[in-house]
Design a protein around this ligand. Structure first.
Ligand SMILES: Nc1ncnc2c1ncn2[C@@H]1O[C@H](COP(=O)(O)OP(=O)(O)OP(=O)(O)O)[C@@H](O)[C@H]1O
Length: 591
């Protein structure tokens, strides 16, 4: 069993029994729908055969009754067969619905527990692909693949058994084209080597990526690279795919055409008739005994071809199942058991011997120690890549530290239930995420029960109330539709969201990054009002925005290089002073 088929098995495990049942019922349905063909052959034997009623000189009324019985039985079998196939389809679709619901729920449950930091390193497109596109691809497999397999195998086996029951010698030769098809088909598949197949699949995914890149990057590419070069990557991907496609399909075309020709109904009929004439000539069979073979054997071609085509569905679903399975197995952040969960005794945050690395080889933060005293402002500064944002994320338990710990009111964050943590520690981060909903919903995200007055008060404090009032539908305007907000305005909405939660501790990461000068002043004013009386950790590139902090931590390469107040650090003439000078700030000690 390959890893791919293993993933399909695992994903389908909850509904495997239902799918098997659906396939068996569909197979039985296919058997019944073949009965009318056997009925026609039987009618011919009744009417024309030497062993039939005519041959034995049976009177007309018995013959008529036998004919009607055969017709009635055939019709009954046809109706029953169609009903069984419909029941099987219904079962498979119900199982598919069940699986889709279960997969989406499990994925959402899982995503609710994965570290928040997991989302920062993944595009939302990746999650959407697994939850929407891949679950959709699995639909083809669950709702159709198994019933089609059941029907095709049912039809093939029932036909073979019937033909052997009629005349085993004729059955043997009539069915010869089918093993021949398999031999040629296998040879064709070998000709389309695995390497070519891999290049074909890789080419397909390169095109997908290039399309996304092309569409996302059109404005930048056009502005900087000129419209001529804008789509060259996409064109290259299309060309490469075309070559891979030709390399993959060229060796397949002739053998596949041969394979399909061998089992085309005309070819199968030709074989049946040739041997039929021969067997009749030899006196092994009567012409009417050849009829079942003429009627039934060509009917095996279509299901067999279908069987070879639906192999593609399985192939497509394999990749989808692997991605869904990977999403369902994303490592989660351990939450304390209700009995183990502790409540913080204060709002003091202590960071003790904290180390963290996104991967084991390269530590991003090492042996960090500091305390956020209640009611104080601590600023974290440092060069780009020093680890400032990582420190903020650890404080919000986006990840757990590799070594050391962070405590809130004496309780390790790992022992604190997530709602308790986010009730006490609010945050406004670089990447503002507004949901597709009204501005009111966006502000009240953490406290849906908040009153309109409370929401407006939060928006006023965040300096965004007047702007919201000016929107076409005020607080009911929908973000991205009639509420087109600039980066700085979105940031103020996210500040209002944090304000409404009224957390005693606040982590701000580059809160002014997305703002222009006017917006920045508005944001600064909002933040200083909001921060009043709270424990604040602010991360900033702009040193002039943090001069009034009670303490400044200067991060260098994941370690605290210096700490103290602005004046103390400047007086020290060390790393902070160099950063200050590099920033070109005029004023030195007064603030
Ligand atoms: N999700 C991630 N996965 C892997 N490495 C990461 C991830 N996020 C950040 N890093 C790496 O960790 C290091 C510290 O990054 P971090 O964003 O914390 O620095 P920073 O001081 O906030 O930088 P900046 O001021 O430019 O935002 C960098 O080398 C960065 O490449």
């Amino acid at each position: 069993m390959s890893a791919g088929t293993g993933a399909v098995r695992q994903v389908l495990a909850p509904i495997r029994g239902r799918l098997t049942l659906a396939a068996v019922i569909a197979g039985a349905g296919a058997v019944f729908t073949l009965v009318p063909l056997a009925g026609i052959a039987h009618l011919a034997t009744l009417v024309l055969g030497d062993q039939g009623l005519r041959g034995q000189g049976v009177d007309g009324s018995v013959l008529t009754e036998a004919i009607w019985q055969t017709v009635a039985l055939s019709l009954l079998a046809l109706c029953l067969g169609l009903a069984l196939v419909s029941v099987a389809e219904l079962l498979a679709h119900l199982a598919d619905n069940r699986l889709t619901r279960q997969l989406r729920r499990s994925a959402m449950d899982r995503l609710a527990q994965v570290p928040l930091g997991w989302f920062t390193s993944r595009a939302s497109g990746e999650v959407k692909r697994a939850l929407q596109d891949d679950v959709g691809t699995l639909h083809e497999l669950t709702a159709h693949y198994y019933t089609i397999r059941g029907r095709t195998w049912g039809a093939i086996l029932a036909s073979a058994v019937y033909l052997f029951a009629m005349d085993w010698r004729m059955a043997l030769v009539s069915l010869l084209p089918f093993p021949a098809f398999f031999l040629v088909f296998r040879a064709a598949m070998k000709a389309g080597s695995e390497e070519n197949m891999k290049a074909f699949v890789d080419g397909q995914s390169r095109i997908n990526n290039a399309v996304v890149e092309f569409v996302n990057g059109i404005p930048v590419l056009k502005a900087f690279a000129g419209s001529e070069r804008a789509n060259s990557r996409y064109r290259d991907a299309v060309e490469a795919f075309l070559q891979a496609f030709v390399a993959f399909t060229r060796p397949l075309v002739v053998p596949m055409a041969n394979a399909n020709a061998i089992i085309s109904p005309v070819a199968v009929l030709a074989v049946v008739l040739t041997f039929g004439v021969l067997f009749v000539g030899l006196g092994w069979m009567t012409p009417v005994e050849v009829l079942p073979f003429v009627l039934v054997t060509p009917g095996i071609s279509a299901p067999l071809q279908l069987l070879s085509f639906i192999g593609h569905d399985l192939h497509n679903a394999t990749g989808a199942a692997q991605r869904v399975q990977a999403l369902l197995e994303t490592p989660v952040l351990a939450q304390p058991e209700a009995a183990e969960a502790a409540l913080p005794s204060s709002n003091e945050v202590r960071v003790e011997q904290l180390s963290y690395g996104y991967d084991k080889q390269s530590p991003v933060l090492q042996a960090i120690d500091f305390t956020l005293e209640p009611g104080t402002v601590t600023a974290v500064v440092g060069a780009s890549g020093a680890g400032k944002s990582t420190l903020a994320r650890l404080l919000l338990r986006f990840f757990d530290p590799t070594a050391g710990r962070i405590t809130l009111g004496g309780v390790d964050l790992r022992q604190l239930a997530a709602p308790e943590l986010y009730r006490r520690v609010g945050f406004v981060l670089q990447e503002v995420r507004l949901i597709h909903g009204s501005v009111r919903d966006n502000i009240a995200l953490g406290r849906p029960a908040a009153s309109q007055q409370e929401i407006e008060a939060a928006a006023r404090l965040a300096n965004i109330h007047d702007r919201i009032e000016a929107l076409p539908r005020g607080y009911d305007s929908v973000v991205g539709e009639d509420a087109k907000l600039s980066g700085g305005e979105q940031q103020r909405v996210s500040i209002a969201r944090a304000v409404l939660l009224d957390p005693p501790v606040l982590v701000l990461d580059e809160a002014t990054a997305a703002a222009d000068a006017g917006n920045e002043a508005a944001i600064q004013a909002a933040l200083s009002r909001f921060a009043e009386g709270r424990t604040l950790m602010v991360i900033a590139h702009r040193l002039d925005t943090v001069r009034q902090a009670d303490r400044i931590l200067v991060l260098d390469n994941g370690r605290i290089a210096e700490q103290g107040r602005h004046e103390e650090l400047l007086a020290r003439n060390g790393f902070y002073t160099r950063l200050w000078r590099l920033g070109g700030y005029q004023e030195s000690t007064s603030c």
